[in-house]
Design a protein around this ligand. Sequence first.
Ligand SMILES: *Cc1c(COP(=O)(O)O)cnc(C)c1O
Length: 388
Amino acid sequence: MKFATRAIHVGQEAEPVTGATIVPIFQTSTYTQEGIGQHKGYEYARTGNPTRTALEACLASLENAKYGLCFASGSAASATVMNLLSAGDHVICADDVYGGTYRLFELVFTRYGLQYSWVDMTNPENVAKAIRPNTKMLWIETPTNPLLSVVNIAAVAEIGRKHKCLTVVDNTFASPYLQQPLDLGADIVVHSTTKYIGGHSDVVGGAILTNDEQAYTKLKYHQNAVGGVPGPHDCWLVMRGVKTLALRMEAHCANAMKIAKWLQSNTSVSRVIYPGLSNHKQHDLARRQMRGFGGMVSFELKGGEAAARKVAGQTKLFSLAESLGGVESLIGHPATMTHASMPKEQREARGLTGGLLRLSVGIEDADDLIGDLEAAFAMVESRKAVGV
Ligand SMILES: *Cc1c(COP(=O)(O)O)cnc(C)c1O
């Protein structure tokens, strides 16, 4: 079966008791046993729930994985991957990861004796150079947020294999429709299903997918032991969202490309970052590694931070909000929103300036979205002209 079919059918057979076509929300914490030790595979809902089982099977299939595990958030999924390690182990991470991932690793797990090195993974040689005798894991995120750098998954996974390290990819930004890291040699994929997989900005969730039986057994043990599991209603919402992932990603990609090109031709804009543009630093790699270039576009205004702040407050269709990956378009100002906790010098050194805006391009009509940006730009220009 191809991707779009698997999204709708895998794990989602008709329910055997009633024939319900859609997987029910099994809102129960426990399961009645016929006799001591005689049950149908479910004993207690932290350990397992049929709605969650269905979602786990579906997401595993979409990442070409044998095994899937779902969590209450992407962060809970990332934390459970760290539970594979022990005090004294070292992890090499992409230096441009999601802010919450940086916080979890650097401010929480270092207290338990894990060590982290943050390297620019757009050059895989930096990963090879950072390997230590105690390195156990490589953590990739690609494309990154908000600068949309692309990391060569196959090249980094090759280094991981050579040094017996697990390679983990946070595939949230691309979604399994655009990029399948396990096929490129990665060992584990992590998702915040809050974003494209859920797709409707109405649920928080996470997932881990893998073909590595040994890793899966340990991860499943920790899913139950630590307990960051999603409720059945949240699993149901994610499953409802994922059915249209293929359609939505096609629309996100088409809209984002159209908007990136329009921005590139606009005189108020000094820089556009989108992996689909031929001037993107890793455009060729993105073409090889991804089926499409995604729905995220970042750009910088000539008017700097003052102009960026005004535009972000003027759009009507693009809501000023954190998060991404929903059907509705969002606009964000990374310097004061998602990356406010990063020191200014560090931000600017990376090119994350005050004039940078990030778009999560939704699936509305592209012309309406462009019109919304155009009106916001015009408003800022006219205020400048009258000195407001
Ligand atoms: C949002 C996000 C996370 C964290 O997921 P939550 O569901 O918010 O806990 C991790 N990685 C990336 C790339 C994200 O965008």
